[in-house]
Design a protein around this ligand. Sequence first.
Ligand SMILES: *[C@@H]1O[C@H](CO)[C@@H](O)[C@H](O)[C@H]1NC(C)=O
Ligand SMILES: *[C@@H]1O[C@H](CO)[C@@H](O)[C@H](O)[C@H]1NC(C)=O
Ligand SMILES: *[C@@H]1O[C@H](CO)[C@@H](O)[C@H](O)[C@H]1NC(C)=O
Length: 427
Amino acid sequence: MYSCHRLVIALITVVYLIFIDSNIVQSIKVCRSISDYSLLNIAKKNCYDDPVTDLNISEIIRSWPGFTAEEHYLTTEDGYKVLVERSYSKITQKTPIIIVHGIAMSALGWVNRGNVSIARLLGELGYDVWMLNYRGTWYSKGHVNLTTNNPEYWKYNVNDLGNYDVRSTVRMVYEQTNRKAIYIGYSMGTTGFFIYSSTFPNEAKKYTKGMIGLAPAINFRGTKSVIRYTSPVWPILKRVIYSLWNGEILPGFSVLLKPLLASSAGIYTIQSVVNLIFGDDYAQMDPLRYPQFVTQLLDTAGVEVWSHYLQIYESGVFQNYDYGEEINLQKYGTSTPPKYDLQKIPVPISLFVGANDWLATPLNAEELYSGIQPSIRCGYHVVPYEKFSHTDFLVAKDLPTLLYKYLFEVIREHDEGRCEATTTRNG
Ligand SMILES: *[C@@H]1O[C@H](CO)[C@@H](O)[C@H](O)[C@H]1NC(C)=O
Ligand SMILES: *[C@@H]1O[C@H](CO)[C@@H](O)[C@H](O)[C@H]1NC(C)=O
Ligand SMILES: *[C@@H]1O[C@H](CO)[C@@H](O)[C@H](O)[C@H]1NC(C)=O
């Protein structure tokens, strides 16, 4: 029965891929305004080829004046091979900064906005930037024993991202630089750190000097996102994903969206779906970067990562993966999964929250901020734009004035130990 499904899907895919490879789609250019995106705009005035689109992450970094890229492949204790990309400029001599991405994206999101890419701006300020690509994503598909065709490969959950991928990265950066890093997480990148630093607080204190959470996610309390509706149908969807793609959610999905980039109607269609998931905001769409947003930011995720997040959303409790009573007893020694104790997090934390973030809601961020020890609270910042959504943290056209201006000040605060000073002052 499954093989018949597979045949039909394979046929549709082949026809579609031929279309995507055709000249019609390949001639998509980057335009100065959304309304310029049109196949019929023969002259393509206001449109031009974007040289960045086909480069890999290291090539993009090396194309910036004065920048060096290094690829560090790590093997985690459970056998996954992940890429940590290092980027620094001629003047770099400051503190290492570790940046960790969100679900369904990769570290490409930190380099694909030209001269306002966050990795580039941080390098120009003299920081030494290290970007983790979580297991399963575009550059991190290796494993010592498993291939991505094996469903076993995709059975990792958010706990594994924190306690293997983040943990190995933080340790490696310390070994390479001999300096404590500042950790910046976005969405699932924050969840990874909260899991790691509450599970291994002594290590986190030894290797990091502070953490900045962009759109921090612990339990999705009050989410308005339509993806909460995957909850009731998840047991079925999950079986479909295992049977069609071995446990990888929507592999290669972004390529399929390419034809929509050939017209402004197509782009608004994509954006309206993005809005329903992440919070509505058309005003911050960036015409010059929209094609990269779609083709490079939409990476894949393992099916159990989403299972884990849904469990947390349904129970409302920030806790380890729930395998069911019997296996929980074997794994954890308790019938329910252990909670992550936010009180154990040992380093100063600053948060940036979007008022219109439908996924990692302000409610969930407030709960997090009041759940950590008062002595490590180093600032709760709401981005000063009422429509600021979850994806705006990555692609808003005014990021430099809406976010980076404040973010870079907060990084200095952590770097100069001013958060520690707060700690002592408050007791
Ligand atoms: C990026 O491209 C360079 C060649 O320019 C290659 O050496 C490197 O392995 C590639 N890196 C990744 C992560 O694909
Ligand atoms: C890989 O396979 C070897 C040999 O079967 C086994 O000893 C080892 O534990 C496996 N490693 C991982 C991380 O699964
Ligand atoms: C980025 O490049 C554009 C076009 O060359 C320029 O107008 C803009 O000022 C640059 N921005 C920064 C932050 O360097």
